[in-house]
Write a protein that binds this ligand. Sequence first.
Ligand code: HEM
Length: 185
Amino acid sequence: MSLLSFCEWLASTRWSIDLHESLYMYPLIETTHVLSLLLFVGTVLFVDLRLLGWTLRDVPVSEVVGRIIPWAVAGFGIVSLTGFLLFYAIPVRTYLSIFFRIKMIMLVVAGVSVWTFHRYMNRTAAAWDRDPIPPPRARLAGAVSLLSWVTVIVTGRMIAYDWFDCDRGQSAFVSWAAGCPAELP
Ligand code: HEM
């Protein structure tokens, strides 16, 4: 079963149809998606700015991370759950959206960057934890994280626009990148 036919099956389920056609539930979920990203990205932003040495310079990095990350994890949980529900409501169009695909790739990039940074921090933080300007590796992690989340937000916003939808006759490259099937579902 290809991912596209899986999305077609998802779109045929009762709950997906009800959610897509709902008058209040879909906007409520989308609003929660946007509000929860404030909690997630709004908190992660201060960890990244500390890693870049641009703010909270007199606070040890481990203290900033320790206090902020639980809020960020809560926000990420809600933004991911609501994101999946938004996807579930319109699975085929979203799966074939070039913006959604870029967003998912950037989510993976951000995830890998967070994971590698935490491994590096656990190994070396004792040496630079109180430095107002952390070492280049930590600053790079802050910059990659910040750029990834900004890209996730911008591409998330762009999902609603149909400029590159498969049914609008796209170039060969856009059709390939969006995964447009030869015959549209
Ligand atoms: C931290 C992670 C995430 C952030 C920061 C984020 C951010 C956003 C933003 C800013 C929008 C635009 C909302 C609007 O137009 O009103 C959006 C829309 C959307 N997001 Fe996310 N998102 C995240 C995770 C996810 C995940 C994990 C999924 C699904 C697997 C997802 C699926 C969607 C979909 C389908 C839309 C389009 C909704 C629409 O236009 O109707 N998001 N996201």
